[in-house]
Design a protein around this ligand. Sequence first.
Ligand SMILES: [Fe+2]
Length: 233
Amino acid sequence: MSDLSAFAESIWIVDGPTVRDMGVMFTARMTVVKLCNGSLWVNSPVPVGSATLERIIELGPVGYLVAATPRHVWRLAAWHKLFPEAQVWAARPTPFTLENGKLPFTGILGDLAPEGWADNLDQLAFKGNPLIEEVVFFHKRSRTVILDDLIQVHPILEGRPFRNVLIRLGGIACPHGGVGLDIRLSFIRRNLARQSLRKLLSWDFDRLVIAHGPCIEKNAKAFVEQAFRWLAR
Ligand SMILES: [Fe+2]
């Protein structure tokens, strides 16, 4: 489990332990943003050690706990116990939502950023998929897009031929990764998805945080365009 790493101005990331989902083992990444008002916005929190937790607390009070995709809602419960005063926000519930008990949600994430972080982050609910309506964020000051599952980049591992075949067939293998085949196939309302993609690409960003795979430190818009080229067709 790695430590808190600075990624961009007012943005830190932490890589969590290995998890298993859809038959594939991988790590997940959380994102911490320090807002202009001093409080912390935490997306897709992962289990962290006490030293990392102390470093996060030193950055500022945790004001917001966010699950930007239905697949990450289960991650909020442990952090809500640590920070019960923090607002809890999640993506729109779908049959694909992974929960871990009931939480006192402040609201459901949509296309409009809540007042608490609107000065710092823009957001959009990526539409067109009835199973996963992931919410994507744009941190204005650092020109960073924060995205969880829509684009993934998984390494090819020695001695894991079956897993590697799944990764390659899914279109999410290193070095380029992409939008997984399962997610691509479930975008049944392509026109809505194209509208969301246009809004995402209208943001003036250069960096990209993803939850599964290496983050992109420059030319991230070209990377996102490449990952969604199947949608443009
Ligand atoms: Fe995920």
